[in-house]
Write a protein that binds this ligand. Sequence first.
Ligand code: 6PG
Length: 244
Amino acid sequence: MENDIRIFSEGSTLARSLADLVRDSAQNAVRERGRFAIGLSGGSTPRQAFSLLAAPDYILTIPWHAMHVFWGDERCVPPDHPESNYLMARQALLDHVPVPSEHIYRMQGELKPQIAAQSYEAILRQVFPHQNGATLDLIMLGLGYDGHTASLFQGTSALQETRSWVVANHVPQLSTWRITLTPACINRARHVVFLVSGESKAGILASVLQESQQAIRYPAQLIRPDTGSLTWMVDQAAASNLHL
Ligand code: 6PG
């Protein structure tokens, strides 16, 4: 699969381009299927794009009423904890846009990890019945310095999971549990977009994109959509080690 790599001059143009992509994907999905299912990424990179989506340019052009919001992963913390991916998305975006509350599917990080994962999988199987996978329209992902994405960390059991769509994943590197969509679940998406920004990610981005397939070492390489498309949206600083 040829990588679709889009390089933007700086973080602000990257964020706006992602917001444009979300708007266009949402309009197309609602026109074709009556709803738009998006998986939000965690971490800090998406915050600027989330805030943009709550700005007037997008408030009136995105069919929020038909949007269904999921997460790619969550920390095992309550929803009001500073590390909660849900909290960041709520503060930057969801508190400011008219997505129906019943369309916001939070991973319940406050529960026992295995219970939270089973509960989220049950939700996905309700929202995506009659399918052998949760076919989200768009999944946003970040890239960690060690090549992880979502909460798919090097050497963790989630990397080998082929049956479940959502798992509790113990991450020894962080001495913690995480809830994460599995690679197989993410790869069901119609479109997966990595958002990578900053010089500190230049080394790992080049390794993930230009070193041979070593998915155990770089879990982000496991993300290869079955039939959907994969896009890397990066700023020039993050792309500075790429040989294109
Ligand atoms: C999380 C993530 C994780 C994140 C990357 C990049 O819960 O932390 O989902 O995969 O996207 O670690 O994080 P930054 O955007 O903060 O660099």
